[in-house]
Design a protein around this ligand. Structure first.
Ligand code: IMP
Ligand code: MG
Length: 179
């Protein structure tokens, strides 16, 4: 498919399955190398990272656990403003080496909140693996340890990423077409 249309927005083919597969392999190889003698807990951030996480973990040859979390945002009081809460984390992460698995890092807001939460749980270390990264949009200081593909500030869809809830099932990545 060269183009997909969702709610009147047209997306054009951008990153092929082959390119995605190569990027996933490169990330997996780096993690396998870095964590040779260590146990790891992978924590994937739903919903967007489900596809990347599945493909990545098939290429990981370490002794590891996998867990899934979700960021839930809601409006707090006037003083607290917007609150992000992490749901689904049941394991005791104290002293563990954790790798967060993200579909995409954009402004970095989600990531910053997640790593604060992990640090408060007493993890031994927290690294970040993301399939896509938008360096032009990133506003935080936290290093992003493993990046599959850097992209410009475009809105992308597919391979887990959605537009208004749709398009996550697409096996390659599309970008919003500008007229
Ligand atoms: P951040 O907190 O700004 O880094 O954004 C993180 C979340 O926004 C991602 O995990 C995605 O769910 C969503 N997001 C950011 N950019 C895109 C995009 O281009 N397409 C689809 N979702 C996106
Ligand atoms: Mg996400």
């Amino acid at each position: 498919m060269q183009e997909v249309t969702i709610h009147n927005a047209v997306f054009e083919s951008y990153i092929s399955e082959n390119e995605i597969n190569n990027a996933v392999s490169a990330v997996a190889n780096k993690i396998n190398e870095q964590y040779k003698e260590q146990d790891v807990v992978f924590i994937a951030v739903l919903n967007g990272s489900f596809m990347f996480c599945a493909d990545l973990l098939k290429k990981i040859n370490l002794k590891c656990e996998v867990s899934f979390v979700k960021m839930k945002s809601y409006e707090g009081t006037e003083t607290t403003g917007k609150i992000n809460e992490l749901i689904g984390l049941s394991e005791d992460l104290r002293g563990k080496a954790v790798i967060l698995v993200e579909d995409i890092v954009d402004t970095g807001n989600t990531l910053e909140r997640l790593s604060e939460i992990l640090i408060s749980k007493g993890v031994k270390s927290a690294q970040i693996a993301t399939l896509l990264y938008k360096p032009e949009a990133y506003k935080k200081k936290i290093p992003i340890d493993y990046v599959g593909i850097e992209i410009p500030n475009e809105f992308v869809l597919g391979y887990g990423l959605d537009y208004d809830g749709l398009g996550r099932n697409l096996s390659k990545i599309y970008k919003l077409k500008h007229h």
